[in-house]
Ligand binder design. Structure first.
Ligand code: ZN
Length: 284
């Protein structure tokens, strides 16, 4: 009897011992801040799983604030702003995309992030041709604003053109002027820079809002020739390079290439093909 009683007493004590051990373990873990380390992989997994679905910066900020005061997984919120950076760098390479008489875009090529720049346009009308890739649109807005501060009022005319639209534009030129002349002033479908969403034709009141060579001699045209590179644009078909570009001089046709390339092209009096060959890929 006595033995059984002792055994029962021992058995009763075991749950208490376990509880005490668990309590002690919990105290040690919390006191040493091990909880964060233990849970970190769980947090990390949850965030990693959520990131590709909603990579919105506002979301990460919402998460950052409640988490930060309690726990110190600070490195994780810091990691989050990183994904947009490579995403920005990828299109950066695309700003140097080469389209000319030899190199065409696929018929189904549609540029990313098309948006209508918030600038003056020479006319109302087709929304499609008002679009540019977002970075080029922002740069155009900055350039038009900077020009206006110096009393230079610029107007946008025509930006993005789909393959289909270019096809009808080119065919119209052929009908009106014959193929040889059409090829000097217009691109064949797939061969237009306007399909990249990085080119914008601009004009001014002083040339009647048209696309005319004499735009290059106006204060507006001269301001653009001297300043466009500061915003990442180049005069794609410059005077004196007609044999290299294959196009007549077009002081109105701006091509966005990013500020670094535009500066080098401007300072060294290059065309895009020469720049790419000398600075990017000798095989171009
Ligand atoms: Zn153009």
């Amino acid at each position: 009897m006595k033995r059984r009683k002792k055994q029962q007493q021992r058995q009763r004590k075991i749950p208490y011992l376990v509880l005490i051990l668990v309590f002690l373990a919990a105290v040690i873990i919390i006191k040493n801040n091990w909880l964060d380390e233990l849970l970190a992989p769980v947090f990390h997994f949850m965030e990693a799983a959520g990131e590709p679905v909603n990579a919105q910066p506002s979301n990460s900020q919402d998460e950052k604030e409640p988490i930060a005061p309690e726990t110190p997984p600070v490195p994780e919120p810091e990691e989050e702003p990183q994904p947009p950076e490579p995403a920005e760098e990828e299109p950066e390479a695309d700003y140097l995309i080469l389209v000319n008489k030899e190199i065409a875009l696929p018929e189904d090529f549609v540029p990313p992030n098309l948006t209508i720049p918030n600038v003056r346009f020479s006319q109302e009308g087709r929304a499609e041709i008002k679009h540019l890739q977002a970075a080029a649109a922002q740069a155009l807005e900055a350039m038009f604003a900077a020009a206006e501060e110096e009393g230079i009022i610029l107007y946008a005319v025509s930006g993005y053109r789909s393959y289909a639209l270019q096809k009808s534009v080119y065919n119209r030129h052929v009908q009106n002027s014959g193929q040889e002349y059409a090829d000097r002033i217009s691109a064949r479908p797939g061969h237009s820079e306007h399909q990249t969403g990085l080119a914008m034709d601009i004009t001014s009141k002083s040339v009647g809002f048209g696309l005319k060579t004499k735009f290059g001699e106006t204060p507006e045209g001269q301001w653009v020739a001297e300043n466009a590179h500061r915003f990442g644009f180049i005069i794609r078909y410059p005077k004196g390079k007609e044999d290299l570009t294959g196009y007549n001089y077009e002081p109105w046709h701006l091509r966005y290439v990013g500020r670094e390339a535009a500066k080098t092209i401007y300072e060294n009096d290059l065309i895009l093909e020469e720049y790419l060959r000398q600075y990017v890929d000798p095989s171009v």
